[in-house]
Design a protein around this ligand. Structure first.
Ligand code: GDP
Length: 445
């Protein structure tokens, strides 16, 4: 999996980590090479462009963590970008199987590995989740497909719906759901008919089944080896069927990984599992962090930088607390707060973690404070000289004008930042005296 890409990237990283310091030119040329490597891996052009655009400012502008080499830091940034591209840090997506019986509908082109994957999922649900599973083939056009599922069921010891000739797919689906209710099954997996190409009748039929069965999961099975075709197939199925997730098969034979890398970004759908072999145990839960780690093959470097960054944050927090205790909070501190905020996933991320967050978020919204605004405010502070940041009172009209021009904003924006700094400094002073309790109170906890 991803072998070719891993090789290419490791070449790029070797060039970076050898150096004690990195110029902007070094970083730019590394990013160019990464771009080419991704394109050669058949990742969709738009996805590659977005990826580079996202990581570039971080790679050039990141705070330097003194205890790691700059090249190592760039690797970490590329790693984080990849994780994001693959679906972010959300928990590896299992299947939603809350209703009883929960219906899982499998869709996909013929030959994509749909039936094999149906068996793999059934086996996993039985062994791993201890569910009672029923499988049913809706492929009325290919009796061999129905038989294939039956044989598979016998192998993995999962029941299949008895085959009745001459029924329409939606009628088989009804029979399957009824049988599941009567038989006390937790999950019914419907293996819909596939064609060799996308056609309207197949889509219409699948949509009809979906309408009746109201599946908890509608999963597209796509062949990773077909690269961008798989991505296009997913996009078109999704237009018609409201997919809830993807499973990519034949990852065991895919050295490039273009489909796996583009799927999420293009379709917005989570990749739930990867098919990694013909046998019924060849199924792997998709985990963005693990996959990114595998692609980069730089796990040690990534965790080293993570540890160093955490230490740095801790150190900064400590220094900030000391300053606060003394009642000092300058513009540099405010910029640092903004940066920390962004590192922690922006306002949205922070708010999600805090008790009483809804109220505070509403208050921030009412002040028009969102992540974009915060970035702009940070830019304004960065346009000031260190002296001005330490002593905001220095900022007279002409200095404010210079700062505004530097940040590309109106002077009124600079005034807003200064006003906000005053408010924050006041709050910090109080907190320095009254401790965290007051802050919690302010947050409405
Ligand atoms: P369907 O027409 O979509 O139902 O496809 P099948 O399930 O019949 O699979 C077609 C072929 O692909 C079979 O030979 C499977 O063994 C094979 N296959 C399915 N998934 C995988 C996989 O993850 N890895 C490999 N190597 N082969 C797979």
């Amino acid at each position: 999996m991803f072998d070719a890409l891993t090789d290419r990237l490791s070449g790029v990283f070797d060039g970076l980590t050898g150096k004690g310091s990195l110029s902007e030119k070094d970083v730019s040329s590394a990013l160019r090479e990464i771009r080419v490597a991704l394109l050669e891996a058949d990742v969709a052009l738009d996805v590659v462009k977005q990826f580079i655009a996202d990581i570039k400012p971080k790679a050039v502008g990141e705070d330097v963590i003194r205890s790691v080499k700059p090249g190592q830091q760039v690797i970490k940034i590329v790693n984080d970008g990849l994780v994001e591209m693959l679906g972010g840090n959300e928990e590896a997506q299992g299947l939603r199987i809350d209703n009883i019986p929960a219906v899982i509908m499998m869709a996909g082109l013929q030959g994509s590995g749909k039936t094999t994957t149906t068996g793999k999922l059934a086996r996993r649900l039985k062994n791993h989740d201890r569910k009672k599973v029923l499988m049913a083939s809706l492929d009325v056009y290919r009796p061999a497909a129905m038989h294939q599922l039956k044989v598979l069921g016998e192998q993995i010891e999962v029941d299949t719906l008895p085959i009745t000739d001459g029924q329409m797919p939606v009628d088989i689906a009804k029979r399957a759901v009824n049988a599941a209710k009567l038989g006390g099954y937790d999950v019914v997996i419907l293996d819909t008919a596939g064609r060799t190409t996308l056609d309207e009748q197949m889509m219409g039929e699948a949509a009809q089944v979906a309408e009746f069965a109201n599946p908890a999961e509608t999963i597209l099975v796509a062949d990773a080896l077909t690269g961008q075709d798989a991505v296009e197939t997913a996009r078109r199925f999704n237009d018609r069927l409201k997919l809830t997730g993807l499973i990519l098969t034949r990852m065991d034979g895919d050295g490039r990984g273009g489909a796996a890398l583009s799927m999420r970004a293009v379709t917005g759908l989570p990749i739930k599992f990867l098919g990694t072999g013909e046998k019924s145990d060849g199924l792997e839960v998709f985990d963005a962090r693990r996959i990114a780690g595998r692609i980069l093959g730089q796990g040690d470097v990534v965790s080293l930088v993570e540890r160093a960054a955490a230490e740095l944050d801790e150190e900064k927090t400590k220094r900030m607390a000391e300053k606060m205790a003394k009642g000092v909070f300058d513009l540099e501190d405010m910029a640092e707060q903004f940066r920390q905020l962004q590192r922690m996933g922006g306002l949205g991320g922070i708010m999600g973690m805090m008790p009483g967050a809804k109220k505070a978020k509403a208050a921030m919204d009412s002040q028009g404070l969102d992540d974009k605004v915060i970035k702009r405010q940070e830019a304004i502070i960065l346009s000031m000289t260190p002296k001005e940041r330490a002593k905001p009172a220095l900022l007279n009209a002409s200095r404010k004008k210079r700062v505004a021009a530097g940040a590309g904003v109106h002077v009124s924006e600079v005034n807003k930042v200064l006003k906000m700094h005053k408010q924050m400094a006041g709050m910090m002073k109080k907190m320095g005296k009254g401790g965290m309790k007051q802050m919690a109170k302010a947050m409405g906890a």
